[in-house]
Every structure is written in structure tokens, then in C-alpha cells.
Design a protein around this ligand. Structure first.
Ligand code: C5P
Length: 214
């Protein structure tokens, strides 16, 4: 692969897109950015110092100073930080600041894999290959529930399902960059698919997209 390859992966929470993105990045030897962590970092920074999540000026100030090299997945993956992230993610100026940083990451080398909600539609509309990964809310809630319990946390399945539905609704109905598949995205429904099958499906599509481009 001589020309840079950019892979855009979008989808709702716990659809499997993050795992898929990491596997694809390792396979192609490309850097990977989980853009959800950038929104989480903004929500987390505000929460930590007790600042409100609905003040756009404050959130923009934080977003403009995000260091992509210092995003700590262990800290930021907490379920309640996801909720905070989706609240700051409705603010257009916060999105503009983070999208700038995400585009710089994608264009800084031989290509990249980015996953999020608006990668194929807004961040990298010219990506080499676009995937939209989804699964039923019940299956996603079950996965998230197992993940939290495996890590020693305690959460009720019903609460997680309700949170995911609320977050889906907020992400899909916001005016700026709502979650939706790009017109040219390849859809992968992981409701009844394991990660291996999803990886094979994605690889097949990406290899064809790279070949069609060359
Ligand atoms: O993917 P993750 O659950 O970490 O994302 C947290 C929140 O960040 C999402 O619910 C969404 O509101 C926001 N987000 C976004 N655009 C992205 C990535 C995440 O709006 N590209």
C-alpha cells in the first residue's frame, strides 16, 4: 500500500467498533484514534473540577487544549464519563475543535484508523473505506454489562440498556454531525456475529476498496 489508507468506522456505543478498529489498525500497521476518548476527555476534565457540562465556552477551552497523546483509556472508559461526553458532543464549537485535532492525526503519516460517530460523514468524508458497525440495543447492553462486571464494577443491565438508548437518541438526533451511516459506508451488524467474523467481513470490504482505488 503506497498511498495513505484511511479507515473510518462509525457506530453506536458497544457495537464492537472499537475492538474492530484496534484489530484493523494492527493488521494494516496504522495508527488508531478512538475519537470517543476525545469527547470523554473534555467531559472528564470538566467533571473533575466540578464545572458544568452545559457551558460551551468552558468546554471549548478544554477541547482546544486536548493532547491526543495523553488520552488514558482506563480512566476515560467509565460509563458515566460516556454520558458526560455525549452532553459536550452536542456543542458545535467543541466538535469543531476536536474534529480539527482528529483530522491532523489522520493526515500526519501513512494513514490511520479512526472510530467514532461522525468519521465517515464529517471528519474524513474522503476515507479510503468506511464501515458502520451496529448491533441491537439489548446485545450492546449485555456486552457492556459483562464488561463492567468483569472489571469488578456493579451495574444493572436495565440501567445500562436505558443509558445506551438515551445516548443513542442524543447522538442520533443532535443537529450537528448526528450519528448515521455515510452513504458509502459498508454496514456490519454484529448482533449475531463474533469479532472474528466482523473482522473478516471488514477486511474483505477494505481490501476491495483499496484495490478499487489503485
Ligand atoms: O464511543 P464512546 O462511547 O467513547 O463516545 C462517547 C460519546 O462521545 C458518544 O456518545 C458521542 O456523544 C460522542 N462522540 C461523538 N463523535 C465521535 C465520537 C464520540 O459525538 N466521533
Amino acid at each position: 500500500m503506497s498511498e495513505p489508507v484511511t479507515i473510518a468506522i462509525d457506530g453506536p456505543a458497544a457495537s464492537g467498533k472499537g475492538t474492530l478498529a484496534r484489530r484493523l489498525a494492527a493488521h494494516f500497521g496504522l495508527p488508531h484514534l478512538d475519537t470517543g476518548l476525545t469527547y470523554r476527555a473534555v467531559g472528564h476534565a470538566l467533571m473533575q473540577v466540578g464545572l458544568p457540562l452545559d457551558n460551551e465556552d468552558l468546554a471549548v477551552e478544554v477541547a482546544e487544549h486536548i493532547d491526543l497523546g495523553a488520552l488514558d483509556r482506563d480512566v476515560l472508559s467509565a460509563h458515566e464519563i460516556g454520558e458526560a461526553a455525549s452532553r459536550v458532543a452536542v456543542m458545535p464549537r467543541v466538535r469543531a475543535a476536536l474534529v480539527d485535532a482528529q483530522r491532523r492525526f489522520a493526515s500526519s503519516g501513512k494513514g490511520a484508523v479512526l472510530d467514532g460517530r461522525d468519521i465517515g460523514t464529517v471528519v474524513l468524508p474522503g476515507a479510503t473505506a468506511k464501515l458502520y458497525v451496529t448491533a441491537s440495543p439489548e446485545v450492546r447492553a449485555r456486552r457492556r454489562h459483562e464488561e463492567i462486571n468483569c472489571n469488578g464494577g456493579e451495574a444493572k443491565y436495565d440501567d445500562i440498556l436505558a443509558d445506551l438508548r438515551r445516548r443513542d437518541e442524543r447522538d442520533m438526533s443532535r443537529a450537528d454531525s448526528p450519528l448515521k451511516p455515510a452513504d458509502d459506508a459498508h454496514l456490519i451488524d454484529t448482533t449475531e456475529m463474533d469479532i472474528e467474523a466482523a473482522f473478516r467481513t471488514a477486511l474483505d470490504f477494505i481490501e476491495k476498496a483499496v484495490a478499487a482505488r489503485n
